[in-house]
Design a protein around this ligand. Sequence first.
Ligand code: GS8
Length: 222
Amino acid sequence: MAEGGDKLVLLDFWPSMFGMRLRLALAEKGLEYEYIEEDLRNKSPLLLQMNPVYKKIPVFIHNGRPVSESLIAVQYIDEVWTHKFPILPSDPYQRAQARFWADYVDKKVYSSSRMLWTTKGEEHESGRNEFIEIMKELEKELGDKPYYGGESFGYVDLAFIPFYSWFHAYETFGNISIEKECPKLIAWAKRCLERDTVASTLPDQDKVYDFVKMLRNKYGIE
Ligand code: GS8
């Protein structure tokens, strides 16, 4: 139960970078909630009822009312629980910029990262180049700031850092070194991991790697 007797539930799946965003937002706000792990091959009636449009996790349920789509749900949490840790910047221009980059992560990082471990041959080669270009763009935006949010961990950091738990899988199956291509990005990720909320939320890279390996076997990609 959260403050004021609110009932908070999260429908999630442990390796999901989208789900991790919500786990991070809830941890930063210090909110207690019920975590329900979904089996995506056998979705629960609750998930189908709460997200009838996309039927995807994560879904955040606040007193029985669902909010779907991770970035929308993170913004909702930030707007409802203003008592601590503002996630989005208060300045409208900075807020627009933060939304732009979180949207960039959604549009670009997820699809190109999938190419690294789901494809072979030419498709793999072009996916690899695209992924590196996108990472470089994100590294450029970070610049010399400690966080995307400037001096402190914020919305873009929270939206992007979950992908770090997949980096070992990306590097191994993508045959790339992200650290070599984007050293500042890795330094940023390590800085984020110094936060208790991030360290306790992100699953171990080896565990995600094993999960991806299992999926590759299942889909006959190996
Ligand atoms: C993406 C959620 C998603 O892809 C968000 O919440 O930000 N834009 C959405 N969820 C996946 C699991 S994580 O890869 C999912 O629920 N897939 C089940 C399915 O597609 O059947």
